[in-house]
Design a protein around this ligand. Structure first.
Ligand SMILES: NC(=O)c1ccc[n+]([C@@H]2O[C@H](COP(=O)([O-])OP(=O)(O)OC[C@H]3O[C@@H](n4cnc5c(N)ncnc54)[C@H](O)[C@@H]3O)[C@@H](O)[C@H]2O)c1
Length: 365
């Protein structure tokens, strides 16, 4: 694969595809955006024409039958995109899929089994992991844990009350006169979940999966994560969850706020300092997370007589970048080189498990 461009097919020409992913995959070097699959014909025609995509298929089954396609990118309704990803993996196509991987552990395991069986690779687009600000926060946290420069890691707080995540993005959107196809949500939900809780569960999962994933990323936790306590409002959305991630207590606050930006931040506390990362509205192009670092220096700061405390805002590099574009580049690069994905499907299973645990813990109180 290293010598020729990767031939990509895209499934689902909806909001996120048009706003974010298709413009990237159409322009990135080393990628030939060969085909689009969209069940709503009128929408598919408009979007394929806009991006000069010559092959338009009526659904993902037709697209994966195209032998020239190496890899598929998918953005479709929450429970449906996992089923689409599974069919693509069964057909031996590498997959880049939007979050969430699945709406239940059982569905996630079926998707991952398909990847194992065919040998095709699966990446879940957890875009916070590709934000240079979060990369910088991750590097500082890892360094302080390794060197003990700020004492032991004591606590983590993640907070997401959302806000205006679209931030005025003005990409013109093609629309369809046809209704969207039904999504197989109920049949893929956890079997223990009361049916009336299905909608709030899926909404909670799909919105906040980014935050739990970021917590695991910042702490290099992998699957070392569990839920200790969950206290949600009857809406199944607003509340506080206590987790233990890589042995560290993490508090996770969720809610909704009418706010002109995004109220989404994560703070990692050590005995003598903190690292805080503040997310930009995700659709605000070319913005990265702001990083704040506080440190107490008991022996003073070399070169600054009498100074024992520093508060800084180190600027990540690249300073201007769009995490969505970087994750698309990463996918293509890993396919070319064989390097592991930073957000592989197997790792995303842990997020799905944690969301089941949160709701189970809350409902069984
Ligand atoms: N990472 C982020 O920040 C972020 C932001 C928004 C949405 N998302 C994710 O993106 C996904 C898609 O969201 P959206 O708002 O673009 O949805 P959407 O409903 O606007 O688009 C999905 C499209 O898929 C098409 N489709 C359905 N089944 C198909 C099939 N079998 N073959 C071909 N096309 C098919 C539908 O007709 C629709 O046009 C969601 O799962 C969501 O979680 C992620």
């Amino acid at each position: 694969m290293s010598e020729r461009p990767i031939c990509l097919g895209y499934v689902g020409a909806g909001f996120l595809a048009q706003s974010v992913h298709l413009p990237h995959f159409a322009a990135l070097p080393g990628c030939r955006l060969l085909a689009l699959a969209e069940v709503r014909r009128d929408l598919g025609e408009q979007v394929a024409a806009r991006h000069g995509i010559r092959r338009l298929y009526p659904d993902h089954h037709a697209l994966v039958a195209d032998p020239e396609i190496d890899a598929v990118a998918v953005s479709a309704p929450y429970a449906l995109q996992g089923e689409i990803a599974r069919d693509c993996l069964v057909a031996g196509k590498h997959v880049f899929m939007e979050k969430p991987l699945a709406v239940s552990v059982a569905q996630a395991e079926r998707i991952l089994a398909a990847a194992r069986a065919s040998g095709a690779r699966l990446m879940v687009a957890m875009m916070k992991r590709y934000d240079p600000g979060n990369e910088l926060a991750h590097a500082i946290v890892a360094d302080w844990r390794r060197t003990g420069a700020a004492g032991p890691l004591t606590y983590v707080r993640a907070h997401n009350f959302a806000g205006d995540w679209i931030a005025g993005l003005d990409v013109p959107l093609a629309r369809s006169s046809e209704p969207p196809p039904p999504a197989p949500t109920v049949e893929n939900l956890p079997d223990w979940l009361p049916p009336e809780r299905g909608p709030s569960y899926v909404n909670y999962l799909q919105q906040y999966v980014h935050n739990l994933d970021l917590l695991r990323f910042l702490l290099d936790a992998g699957d070392r994560a569990r839920v200790r306590h969950a206290d949600l409002d009857p809406d199944g959305h607003t509340g506080v969850v206590t987790l233990e991630i890589d042995g560290v207590r993490c508090l996770f606050e969720t809610g909704n706020l009418w706010y002109h930006r995004l109220d989404d931040h994560t703070q990692v506390y050590f005995e003598r300092g903190w690292v805080r990362t503040l997310a930009p509205p995700p659709l605000l192009r070319n913005q990265v997370a702001e990083v704040e670092v506080y440190q107490c220096h008991p022996d003073g700061v070399p070169g600054l007589p009498g100074v024992h405390h520093t508060l800084s805002h180190p600027q990540p590099e690249p300073r201007w970048a769009w995490p969505y574009k970087r994750e698309a580049e990463h996918f293509l690069e890993c396919l070319r080189t064989g390097a592991p994905f930073r957000s592989p499907g197997e790792d995303a299973l842990t997020d799905v498990r944690l969301f089941e645990e949160i709701y189970r813990t809350w409902l069984q109180r």
